[in-house]
Design a binder for this molecule. Structure first.
Ligand code: FAD
Length: 454
């Protein structure tokens, strides 16, 4: 006889969204279980934001070491010890896994280890265990995809990037999204020869061109190669023992594109739904395999919700967390109608330099509004004043209507990551250009440019 247990809420997936949602529900007194098949914390903690940001810090230090002489330091730069950094990073992530587990226990959320699948809309199985529940939330996230090309499995993805025991001297990164840009930036700063392979013409093509064009110029200036408009045929072991790498990317006619020690595919992510047995619960998917929900995070089955990357909305940790918490506020906290509004979501890209963006691009603003005014600023930050390396920071404010309401704010330059959060509050509140102008600048900073544009 399988063991049975009864809950108010079973959450499938112990990542950013699932954990936040479960904990908030338990705080309201619900009996909650989280089912997790891998390590607690999901993508963000184990193979996403957290270890990626550690690598970004390493890249940042590498750049600062390069700049140190201009500030009068005599720094002897030895080789970077990738393995030591990996050990420290892995230990930090392991500590976070433990903290997540004790946080669940502290809030009386039951953690069930294993792979969950549906037996019915209110019945979930984990191995032999059968869970009966009033509600189920699917928070199973996504995973990186490999392209449908011969030899693709010889390459790595963002998941296996974090397993690399050593830094490959030559790496090709295929893709144009933020993962390609961020990891390319890390490898470049730490000393790899980086080739970015793009199908189109620009990196970050969904972002305002001021960001993608400036980033591409900076990356090229840092010595990275960016190949555009490339259609690939596949990946194979290098035909001769090439001194420049063991793997060869080739074009559709079989001719070689280049040899590399490692090839990283950053060509997109897919939702994790396949082994959930969703038909037994009656949950339907959209054509791309995501679980569509209404604005209240409800799937087509009223007692089953979905949050986070699996829903196909903005794939960001704070989005998954906010959706999960608001869902618990509504269902268990008596806050009728509480939901996440999926607009004006700020985003940072951890490249060198960083990018911060909130609101619409200039092209989107012109599609939506007749009256658009664009303000720009381009300058060399004071930090670079004393050295030869002089990368420019670029900023753009997009204002609409007679009131000049700010609907887009885009920054590339050092500090953009930390600058953006406060400006995102202002944009979300409907700030006008005059509100920016009337705010006294903080000097000397890069951020002051945003309140002094004319
Ligand atoms: P996940 O965190 O992916 O969690 C899903 C969990 O469900 C996993 O732990 C999985 O094991 C589990 N699971 C799946 N199926 C089952 C099953 N059947 N049974 C039991 N468990 C199951 N976002 C940011 O905001 N900032 C960043 O800087 C950032 N950097 C990123 C860098 C990289 C390289 C990547 C890949 C992503 C990054 N993201 C970043 C995105 C962020 O990691 C995700 O948006 C976020 O983790 C999504 O949370 P989630 O809860 O939807 O899913």
């Amino acid at each position: 006889m399988p063991q049975q247990d009864t809950y108010d809420l079973v959450v499938i997936g112990g990542g950013s969204g699932g954990i936040a949602h479960a904990q908030r529900a338990a705080e309201y007194g619900a009996r909650v279980a989280v089912v997790e098949s891998h390590r607690l914390g999901g993508t963000c903690v184990n193979v996403g934001c957290v270890p990626k940001k550690v690598m970004w810090h390493a890249a940042d230090i590498a750049q600062a070491l390069g700049d140190a002489a201009a500030y009068g330091f005599k720094v002897e730069q030895g080789p970077h010890d990738w393995a030591a950094l990996k050990r420290a990073r892995d230990a930090y992530v392991l500590r976070l896994n433990g903290i997540y587990e004790s946080n669940l226990a502290r809030r009386n959320v039951e953690l069930i280890r294993g792979r969950a699948r549906f037996l019915g809309p209110r019945t979930v199985a984990v191995g032999e265990l059968v869970l009966q529940t009033r509600y189920v939330t699917i928070a199973t996230g996504g995973r990186p995809i490999l392209p449908a090309l011969p030899g693709a499995d010889l390459g790595i993805t963002s998941d296996t990037f974090f397993e690399l025991p050593a830094r490959p001297p030559r790496i090709a990164i295929v893709g144009s999204g933020y993962v390609a840009a961020e990891l390319g930036s890390v490898f470049g700063a730490l000393g790899s020869e980086v080739t970015l392979v793009l199908r189109g013409e620009r990196l970050l093509r969904d972002f305002d061109p001021i960001l993608s064009e400036t980033l591409m110029a900076h990356m090229r200036a840092q010595g990275m190669q960016i190949l555009t408009k490339v259609t690939l045929g596949g990946l194979r072991p290098a035909q001769s023992r090439s001194p420049s790498g063991e793997l060869e990317l080739y074009l559709p006619d079989g001719s070689p594109l280049g040899c590399y020690d490692s090839v990283l595919w950053a060509v997109g992510r897919e939702p994790v739904t396949l082994d959930l047995d969703l038909p037994r619960a009656g949950v339907t998917l959209d054509p791309e395999g995501f679980i569509p929900t209404d604005p209240l995070q409800e799937t087509n089955v009223p007692c089953i919700f979905a949050v986070g990357d699996v829903t196909g909305r903005e794939a960001l940790t704070p989005v998954a967390i906010a959706a999960g918490r608001r869902l618990s506020d509504r269902v268990f906290g008596g806050q009728a109608g509480r939901k996440l509004e999926y607009h004006t979501i700020p985003t940072v890209i951890f490249t060198h330099p960083t990018i911060g963006t909130v609101g619409c691009t200039e092209a989107q603003a012109r599609e939506r509004h007749a009256d658009v005014r664009v303000y720009r600023s381009s300058f060399v930050p004071l930090y670079h004043g004393v050295m030869e390396r002089k990368p420019r920071s670029e900023m753009k404010l997009i204002a609409v209507g007679p009131e000049e309401r700010i609907v887009g704010l885009h920054v590339i330059g050092p500090g953009a990551d930390e600058m953006l959060q406060g400006f995102a509050v202002a944009v979300r509140m409907g700030a006008r250009k005059v509100d920016f102008d009337d705010t006294v600048a903080i000097h000397p900073t890069s951020a002051e440019e945003l309140v002094t544009m004319r």
